[in-house]
Design a protein around this ligand. Structure first.
Ligand code: CTP
Ligand code: MN
Length: 576
């Protein structure tokens, strides 16, 4: 496992995780914090410690090293995570080790998707692609967008891709799992899934082709869109179309735009608005929302006009709110989807609409204004009640009240009514996230200084391991493990220490390592010695205190013999 250690030590964990999570340096500490990408939260409990090269979320409990982070966030195998980190950091992988069957399957599928994308692209630019090119030109998609989005065309014969794929390298069971070709019901053999369709490659966030959407070119061809099935590469519920191109802009502008279709993304993006994504022909899922949230908490949802106000839309908005997103709604008029709107009215008109897009609650209130007679008190109250259930679901209490007051003002409803309504509906109040176990400060400091310096361990552990106060520590098992490691070996590795601990003790260790103590290596010895001294001062006293407590317990339990014996002992000691 030498390579793994070498890789971990040459990868900057803060930079790596920073690609996925917006990290801020925690004040006065070497740690970085941010919103956990693995669960939904409003206040950051996710923490990265560059000294120990670990991450940890005190909300949901996930934690580990940089490889484990990549495995979890990108849903990769150990080998794939290694490979990805090595590639991104320009480190050569040793050839022999690591490849397991699953990684080999994924690698084969990726290669097949590469081949397919290239083939589709060359079809579109070749002689057979004239009609498709004309169709795209007719829809106002310029040549450069064909390249940007790597659009392609699948051959209508149903054999081209299958023949192109090297049968000797990809056995039938792998072909079947690619989703690109399908097995014939009778007679054996395969045929292409996509035939005579305009092909939209779908990428993962790092830009690898993992699936396709295929649009019919002739009116009446059903279905209009045919998409790749779920494969080992493609999990629809995780993927957002165009995310790898949009994510930098989403961060920079601090919001994303969610549209419905591939063509909408292409229309909006190529008009120069880059922070746009779509879900790929499925209802939006919470994993997709969390992915977006890693880049920005703010989102503008651009519905197709007929969708606004439908049940599906309602669910969809609720999902965004439940994940703690700040949502605005862009509803285009004249029954146009974003792509059509930009083509007809121009990008400036679209941009203006985008900038003016109301918050979800104001948008709902506007709908309430249309639904109820806002000129009467009754109507205003009904209007507010129409919006209130959504406001109640805002997780953050202060924000909930602020929004409620704002919307009440907007609808002309008395603030008293708002307060009444919300005090009767307290069930939505949210509980603060657990911050993990608490370790007493002296134990924390001592542990952190021991972890920070070999010298501190050498000097202090021999004394420390003799002392009985350790047994009363919350973190006694962590100390024991450090003593054992120190005793057994010269080089001291954090991962070895973790490996010796049960879950509960590992959580304690995390709490220690992610506390805000900054102990530089050169100060660690002095700090450890100071801790040792103060423990020494405590030690006899605390032993006496314990004896005293045991006397009291024995008395309370009516065990007088034991109480007397302990009291004797106590006397003897206090005379010493
Ligand atoms: N979709 C799908 N299967 C269908 C229809 C639609 O997967 N049978 C998905 C596609 O991702 C599509 C999106 O839903 O992009 C939106 O559908 P629609 O508005 O019909 O398509 P547009 O992207 O607007 O395409 P076009 O403008 O070419 O009609
Ligand atoms: Mn459209």
């Amino acid at each position: 496992m030498e390579f793994v250690e070498q890789l971990k030590s040459s990868v900057d964990i803060v930079r790596t995780i920073g690609e996925y999570v917006r990290l801020k340096k925690a004040g006065g500490s070497s740690r970085y914090t941010g919103l956990c990408p693995f669960h939904n939260e409003k206040t950051p409990s996710f923490s990265v410690n560059p000294i120990h090269q670990r991450f940890k979320c005190f909300g949901c409990g996930v934690g580990g090293d940089v490889i484990e982070f990549i495995m979890q966030i990108d849903r990769l195998t150990f080998f794939e995570a290694l490979k990805l980190l090595a590639e991104r950091n320009g480190i050569a992988m040793p050839k022999r080790e690591y490849a397991d069957a699953d990684s080999r399957l994924r690698a084969a599928l990726l290669e097949m998707h590469e081949m397919a994308a290239a083939l589709f692209q060359s079809n579109l630019s070749g002689t057979g692609g004239a009609d498709a090119r004309a169709y795209l030109a007719g829809r106002g998609v310029p040549q450069e967008d064909l390249d940007t989005f790597a659009l392609g065309l699948s051959d209508s014969g149903g054999q081209q891709l299958f023949r192109r794929i090297d049968q000797t390298r990809f056995p039938p069971e792998v072909l079947e799992q690619s989703g690109l070709v399908m097995k014939r019901q009778e007679g054996g053999g395969f045929y292409d899934r996509f035939r005579g369709r305009l092909m939209f490659p779908i990428h993962d966030h790092s830009g690898k082709t993992i699936a396709f959407g295929g649009r019919a070119l002739r009116a009446g061809d059903e279905p209009k869109y045919l998409n790749s099935p779920e494969t080992r590469l493609y999990h629809k519920t995780y993927v957002l179309y165009n995310l790898h191109r949009a994510k930098d802009a989403i961060r920079k502008l601090d919001y994303s735009i969610l549209v419905e279709g591939y063509m909408d993304v292409i229309g909006v993006y190529s008009a120069g608005i880059r922070n746009v994504v779509a879900s790929c022909g499925t209802a939006l899922t919470n994993t997709q929302v969390r992915t977006l949230k890693q880049h920005s908490e703010r989102i503008v949802v651009n519905f197709d006009p007929d969708a606004a106000g439908s049940n599906a839309t309602e669910k969809y908005m609720q999902l965004l709110l439940d994940e703690g997103m700040t949502v605005r709604v862009l509803e285009l008029d004249r029954n146009l989807d974003p792509d059509e709107y930009i083509k007809e009215l121009g990008v400036d008109a679209y941009r203006a609409r985008l900038e003016k897009a109301p918050s979800y609650f104001h948008w709902l209130a506007d709908r309430a204004r249309k639904k109820f007679d806002i000129h009467t008190v009754e109507g205003r109250i009904q209007g507010f009640k129409f919006v209130a259930p959504s406001i109640e679901r805002v997780p953050d209490r202060l924000e909930r009240f602020a929004i409620a007051n704002d919307i009440a003002g907007y609808l002309g409803v008395d603030a008293h009514m708002v307060r009444d309504h919300f005090s009767r509906n307290q069930k939505a109040a949210n509980r603060p996230a657990s911050r993990g176990p608490v370790v007493p400060p002296n134990e924390r400091l001592l542990l952190n200084s021991l972890l920070a310096s070999e010298l501190a361990r050498m000097q202090v552990i021999p004394h420390l391991s003799e002392m009985s106060v350790i047994e009363r520590f919350t973190t006694r098992n962590v100390f024991r493990a450090i003593f054992t490691l120190h005793h057994d070996q010269v080089s001291f590795r954090f991962s070895d220490l973790e490996g010796r601990l049960e879950d509960a003790d590992r959580d304690l260790l995390s709490a220690v390592v992610f506390a805000d103590d900054i102990i530089e290596e050169q100060d660690a010895l002095a700090q450890a010695v100071a801790c040792l001294e103060s423990l020494r001062a405590q030690e006899p006293k605390s032993e006496m205190a314990e004896l005293r407590a045991r006397v009291q317990t024995a008395e309370r339990e009516g065990n007088l013999e034991e109480a007397l014996r302990l009291a004797d002992e106590l006397n003897r000691r206090s005379r010493r």
